[in-house]
Design a protein around this ligand. Structure first.
Ligand SMILES: O=P(O)(O)OC[C@H]1O[C@](O)(CO)[C@@H](O)[C@@H]1O
Length: 243
């Protein structure tokens, strides 16, 4: 794994954005895998800035998001659909028809998982997948214990994940119990993966990802087996890794 040290959260976003721009400039019809949560917010600000300042165009880009809560409709401000449009898509020239998120409000959720997995394959796979990491080692919403062989599926969220994400909701009771997520197998088929990590509270998880055993008990550890992973982390997040 290639590890790039950023001095802080802002620089982490800048370095990641530069890699996305290089990809889109080299291949305008790139397929990007995108993540939500607090970590990529700075990256999305940098992308919007580059779109405005450097005229980087996303009109031929296709995107697939990692996950979506079950039961939240698109207008719900806590849905990842809303997050992505609010923080990125509404500010760049991407074609709305080429933006993909799982529909957590679908009547048949299993059918929706199958449809989503198929859509990724039909797009010829993901060129660069952006990932964050949960404190318990989850990537997407693949919680500890998820078989590495899983493709897009419905997941029961860990209580610790619901608590960690409760900050975005009025109360913990409003945090959905389930989500749809790309599986580990889906993520591992991405041609390139960029994992962004920031802050002291993620230092232990990053250490386990890099130095720990590859185990389904810590889903992110599978990244050790991917041929093209770049970790962009700030000094705080890297503080528990040996040189
Ligand atoms: O960036 P955050 O908010 O710490 O979240 C970490 C991870 O958790 C998730 O938000 C899911 O809980 C992922 O999408 C994200 O990568």
């Amino acid at each position: 794994m290639n590890i790039i040290q950023a001095k802080d959260y802002k620089e982490m976003g800048q370095i990641a954005a530069k890699k996305i721009m290089e990809q889109v400039n080299a291949k305008p019809e790139s397929v990007l895998g995108l993540a939500t949560g607090s970590t990529p917010e700075g990256l999305y600000e940098e992308i919007i800035q580059a779109h405005k300042d450097d005229n980087v165009s996303f009109k031929d880009v296709t995107t697939f998001n990692l996950d979506e809560y079950v039961g939240l409709d698109k207008d719900n401000h806590q849905s990842y659909y809303y997050y992505m449009h609010h923080l990125l898509f509404n500010h760049i020239d991407i074609n709305g028809g080429q933006v993909n998120l799982p529909n957590g409000d679908a009547l048949d959720l299993q059918e929706e998982c199958n449809r989503y997995e198929k859509a990724i394959k039909q797009a010829d796979g993901i060129d660069i997948q952006i990932l964050g990491i949960g404190l318990n080692g989850h990537i997407g919403f693949n919680e500890p214990g998820t078989p590495f062989s899983m493709q897009t599926h419905i997941v029961d969220l860990d209580e610790s994940t619901r608590q960690a994400n409760a900050r975005f909701f009025d109360s913990i009771d409003d945090v959905p119990l389930q989500a749809i997520t790309m599986g580990i197998d889906t993520i591992m088929q991405s041609k390139q993966i960029i994992l962004i990590v920031s802050g002291l509270q993620k230092a232990e998880a990053l250490k386990q990802l890099v130095n720990g055993p590859v185990t389904e008990d810590f889903p992110a550890s599978i990244l050790q087996k991917h041929a093209n992973v770049t970790i962009i982390a700030d000094q705080d997040a890297l503080s528990k890794l040996s040189q």
